[in-house]
Design a protein. Structure first.
Length: 638
């Protein structure tokens, strides 16, 4: 700035000098005019040019000095201002740094305060949660000590859930002589002695002991289950005084379930053919809600040994296969060969029942089985209901002795003239069903059934499995079982149930056309048309020498056709008087109407035959109906 002022001053000075010189030396002298001059006093001469220049120089020097002085002052002021600005900027930067530091500190303090508040809140929550946890654990420990829901033994949980004590009664309009359990094929025919009298009984035999043990590992859930009741009989069991009935095995099985959905189980339990509600898992079987321990006609089930493998696919699709204990019901029908072996009663040295009835017939038959019953099953739970489809494969075998009976020409064609031989026949059936909720789970409906050859054993009536051909070979009988259910739960305490079901077995006979055979020209098999049925409408009157009736009280004399079907309608309720932490107290009432029909046969009285009080039976059929009432009062362990 100072150099610029000096340059300006120099320029001004030079310009002034040039102008002054031009005025003094370059201007032409003016022309002199002659005038008339009036003389006055003489004026003193003015300064010379040099003096004027000198004066001008001095003035300029003075101005330059003044300008220099001003420039110096201004430079000093500018330097002061710059210094002040620099100081101010430094102060501002320092203040900003201080402010930033303060803000950072405030931010950090705020974060610290927030963290502290969160920590305090967490501590308060943890303290409250800890207090609650301690309280809950204390309560749970007290409960486990004073009222344990299960017993914990070496990591295994043992529970008696499912156990109950029962006091139950049964009344039937026609006597069956079977107690609480109904023998569906033992329903008395309309004109039998037993149909003319009713029966009443009361018992606590259906009381149940159930124990479930569950242990978990990293890979498996291990389950063991025991279930017993008193619905069996021993040699000395009777109703005379002590009613000492023996403890009976219902279920005894073990299971290993993997975390991947595989299940391996074995022991006595419900057949895989029985309906389940949770995939194919053991223990989730859904049974008719009846008091009658024989359940319902048309219900498909067995309770027997099995080894089962199942797989759960995402709780939507389930597959299982089971090898189960086989048993062939005795061959049934008319004009059957007896020169063969299918099974026998138990021997005295074994574990099967060797007892006999009062008439000398065996109480139980144990077939000599060639292979287990095989069952495969698919189940779906797509979102509504539980759906099932299954198949059963069975094998039946007998040993035929052609030389053991006279004129057994038909058997000789199978085995040879004198050589015994075995005959094996395979059969099976298919079944399925569904069960689903309606009306907001207030109503549940279900339908299930089984159709096939030789599957009568799996129907609740156990009508028949097989019959025989004239040559002694086995013929599995066509059978069909079905059951429909409706259950209504209007309140949490009350359940109403309605069931209708039936078991049906078809005719299966052929005409013996082997010339010379002992039964040549006769109908051989199940449900023959020639079976004597003329005595079905007449109450027994025939007697032996002692005057005792010679016919079973549920079947009139000369009324021997085979069972055709059993149908049953049931309505009942269960009411929970109490259901809570102390267990469950409930009352049940059941009514059932059951009908048993026989295949029609020959209703014509043979010539020369006389019967006391004979009533004709022109259609050759017979049936029996029974009205039954049951009550139950049960206390279930919690």
């Amino acid at each position: 700035m100072k150099s610029r002022m000096q340059a300006v001053a120099a320029v001004v000075l030079a310009t002034s000098l040039v102008v002054s010189y031009a005025q003094t030396s370059d201007a032409p002298p003016p022309q002199t005019k002659k005038h008339h001059v009036v003389r006055k006093e003489e004026t003193p001469p003015g300064p010379t040019v040099e003096e004027q220049i000198q004066t001008l120089r001095e003035q300029m020097q003075t101005q330059i000095d003044s300008l220099k002085s001003d420039l110096a002052a201004k430079d000093a002021q500018l330097q002061q201002a710059q210094q002040a600005a620099a100081d101010a900027q430094a102060a501002a930067a320092k203040a900003q740094a201080a402010a930033d530091a303060e803000q950072q500190s405030l931010t950090e303090n705020s974060a610290a305060v927030t963290t502290l508040q969160s920590t305090v809140t967490d501590l308060k929550g943890n303290q409250a949660s800890l207090a609650t946890t301690i309280s809950d654990e204390t309560s749970a420990m007290k409960k486990e000590i004073s009222a344990p829901e299960a017993i914990h033994y070496k990591g295994v949980t043992i529970s008696p859930a499912g156990s109950f004590l029962a006091g139950e009664t049964d009344w039937r309009s026609g006597a069956t002589g079977g107690g609480l359990n109904t023998s569906f094929t033992g329903i008395p025919l309309a004109h039998s002695e037993a149909a003319q009298v009713s029966e009443f009984g009361g018992t606590g035999r259906q009381s149940r002991i159930a124990i479930k043990a569950i242990g978990k590992t990293d890979r498996f859930t291990l389950t063991g289950y025991y279930e017993m009741d008193w619905l069996g009989t021993g040699i000395t069991s009777n109703n005379n005084q002590s009613d000492s009935y023996v403890l009976r095995m219902r279920q005894l099985w073990g299971e290993a379930r993997t975390n991947g959905g595989w299940s391996f189980s074995g022991g006595q339990g419900w057949s895989l053919a029985a309906e389940t509600t949770a995939g194919l898992q053991r223990g989730s079987e859904i049974l008719p809600a009846t008091i009658d321990p024989q359940y319902e006609a048309g219900f498909v089930w067995t309770r027997q040994y099995s080894f089962r493998v199942t797989k759960d696919f995402a709780n939507k699709f389930f597959f299982g296969i089971s090898a189960e204990n086989p048993q062939a019901l005795n061959a049934a029908g008319q004009n059957l060969n007896t020169n063969l072996l299918i099974g026998s009663a138990g021997t005295s040295g074994g574990l099967y029942n060797p007892g006999e009835s009062a008439s000398g017939s065996t109480i139980a038959n144990y077939s000599f089985n060639v292979a287990p019953d095989m069952i495969a099953k698919l189940a779906l739970e797509p979102g509504w209901g539980h759906w099932e489809l299954f198949g059963i494969a069975r094998a039946f075998r007998d040993r035929i002795y052609p030389a053991a009976a006279a004129n057994d020409i038909a058997s000789q064609a199978v085995c040879g003239a004198t050589t015994p031989c075995n005959n094996t026949v395979w059969s099976g059936g298919v079944g399925g069903g569904f069960r689903g909720p309606l009306a907001g789970k207030k109503v549940t409906i279900g339908l299930k059934g089984l159709w096939g050859q030789g599957v009568g054993r799996y129907g609740s009536s156990t009508i028949a499995d097989i019959t025989l051909r004239p040559d002694g070979t086995i013929s599995p009988i066509h059978a069909f079982s079905a059951l429909g259910t409706v259950e209504v739960n209007p309140t949490n305490r009350l359940m109403l149930y309605f069931n209708y079901g039936g078991d049906y077995v078809a005719r299966d006979w052929v005409l013996d056309s082997v010339t010379g055979d002992a039964d040549f020209g006769k109908e051989v098999g199940y449900g023959t048309y020639t079976e004597a049925m003329y005595g079905c409408n007449t109450e027994n009157s025939a007697s032996d020498s002692d005057g005792d009736a010679t016919s079973a009280p549920v079947t009139p004399t000369d009324c021997g056709a085979n069972n055709k079907d059993v149908q049953e309608f049931t309505a009942g309720d269960w009411y929970n008087i109490y259901a809570g932490p102390k267990g469950r107290l409930r009352f049940g009432l059941q009514y059932s109407l059951i009908r048993r029909d026989l295949w029609s046969g020959s209703g014509v009285l043979p010539s020369g035959t006389t019967l006391t009080n004979y009533v004709p039976n022109p259609n050759g059929g017979a049936n029996g109906e029974d009205n039954m009432f049951f009550t139950s009062f049960r206390y279930y362990l919690p």
